[in-house]
Design a protein around this ligand. Structure first.
Ligand SMILES: *[C@@H]1O[C@H](CO)[C@@H](O)[C@H](O)[C@H]1NC(C)=O
Ligand SMILES: *[C@@H]1O[C@H](CO)[C@@H](O)[C@H](O)[C@H]1NC(C)=O
Ligand SMILES: *[C@@H]1O[C@H](CO)[C@@H](O)[C@H](O)[C@H]1NC(C)=O
Ligand SMILES: *[C@@H]1O[C@H](CO)[C@@H](O)[C@H](O)[C@H]1NC(C)=O
Ligand SMILES: *[C@@H]1O[C@H](CO)[C@@H](O)[C@H](O)[C@H]1NC(C)=O
Ligand SMILES: *[C@@H]1O[C@H](CO)[C@@H](O)[C@H](O)[C@H]1NC(C)=O
Length: 315
């Protein structure tokens, strides 16, 4: 019997942009709580140590978000920020970064009406001299994220906030996570970086990040009412997968609740961008007898993979 249900586990989309001006020597996470003038602290959910930002930048001003935007679900990291009323371009210098390795860089932004102006703000982010992303901050209670993968061509890298006339740039957190090996090497080189569109953990109920993901990628829960979940308590072997999707991510999956198709989409970014989609699969059910799970994958209606069967407990 052939089952036509599929078992999609996690999905990573990235668009290519130009950007590459990293620098890097030695491995190690850099975790910065921007605008934090207090002491360094350990984040209790990840056990990662966050440091104040004054050793990475010496311009800008520290602010707290307004208290009416604060409750127990707002992460400590978002409670304060650094803003840059002066200068067109203000940069954090991150070092050390491991030279010739790929690193992930992630910035978050929560406005929380810190300046009492209730404004919408737009500014650009650069990695070195290359445009990374245009941030449009319209919801004061939302946490906005920018994430990129880039190759470090030297032992430090700079992340810059560029005032484009859309209000005062600010930043809440900045994180750098080196990748030891050639992960993402197909997508990232000295002349090309990738920017994250979304990273989805199908069928999950909670976000997965460090320590389940040793690179501290954040895999966000994603579910649709027309899907049902599959899960396994058994470890999923990811050693054959260059992206090393964490077992904790692979142990949940979705399958159609009715019908035979899973469909999902994302907002397009820019028609000029090159878009990559990376899908990870693992069979979570021990199929017996004659049953097999086999399905096709299409991209905008065009065949992509046919007669695909996910390997049992292997990513
Ligand atoms: C907590 O605060 C955030 C940010 O201001 C807001 O989006 C969220 O709705 C609040 N949650 C509750 C339960 O009030
Ligand atoms: C980085 O790569 C360049 C070019 O391949 C090489 O010349 C340089 O020695 C490498 N640096 C390190 C620290 O590996
Ligand atoms: C980084 O590179 C600079 C210039 O190449 C060098 O002077 C410095 O010692 C390096 N720092 C580390 C930590 O490797
Ligand atoms: C980087 O990768 C892109 C896309 O694969 C390729 O077109 C380009 O030639 C590569 N550049 C280098 C310096 O390897
Ligand atoms: C995981 O998969 C690799 C091949 O992809 C295999 O060599 C290894 O033995 C597997 N590990 C376990 C624990 O099954
Ligand atoms: C597998 O399918 C064949 C042909 O349909 C059937 O004869 C056989 O009994 C099936 N075996 C099992 C274990 O279901």
């Amino acid at each position: 019997m052939a089952s036509s249900s599929c078992c999609l586990v996690a999905l990573f989309f990235a668009i290519a942009t130009v950007a590459a001006h990293g620098q890097s020597p030695q491995a190690g996470f850099i975790s910065i709580d921007c605008g934090n003038s207090k002491s360094d602290y350990v984040d209790h959910s990840t056990n990662l140590a966050y440091v104040a930002d004054d050793r990475f930048i010496d311009v800008g001003s520290d602010f707290y978000i307004q208290s009416n935007y604060i409750n127990s679900s707002v992460p400590t990291l978002q409670l304060n920020l650094r803003s840059f009323p002066d200068g067109l371009r203000n940069c954090y210098t991150l070092q050390p970064v491991p030279q010739n390795s790929t690193y992930l860089v992630r910035a978050t932004f929560m406005y929380g009406n810190y300046d009492g102006k209730n404004s919408q703000i737009q500014f650009d982010l650069h990695i070195g001299v290359n445009h990374w992303k245009t941030m449009t901050i319209s919801d004061p209670s939302a946490i906005y994220t920018a994430e990129a993968l880039s190759l470090a061509t030297a032992n430090s890298t700079s992340v810059c906030l560029v005032n484009t006339g859309g209000g005062t740039p600010f930043i809440s957190s900045l994180e750098l996570r080196p990748f030891e090996n050639g992960d993402y090497g197909e997508y990232v080189n000295a002349s090309q970086s990738v920017v994250l569109v979304t990273r989805r953990n199908f069928g999950a109920s909670d976000s997965v990040r460090f320590p389940d993901d040793p690179y501290d990628r954040v895999w966000s829960p994603y579910m649709d009412p027309s899907w049902s979940t599959l899960s396994s308590t058994l470890e999923v072997n990811n050693s054959g997968n260059m992206f090393e999707p964490p077992s904790a991510v692979m142990q949940s999956a979705v399958t159609p609740a009715s019908g035979s198709q899973l469909a999902f989409s994302w907002d397009s970014v820019s028609p000029d961008d090159e878009l990559y989609a990376v899908l990870h699969f693992a069979e979570l059910q021990k199929l017996t007898g004659n049953s097999t799970r086999v399905f096709d994958i299409t991209w905008n209606g065009d065949p992509w993979f046919q007669w695909y069967t996910p390997p049992y407990l292997s990513a």
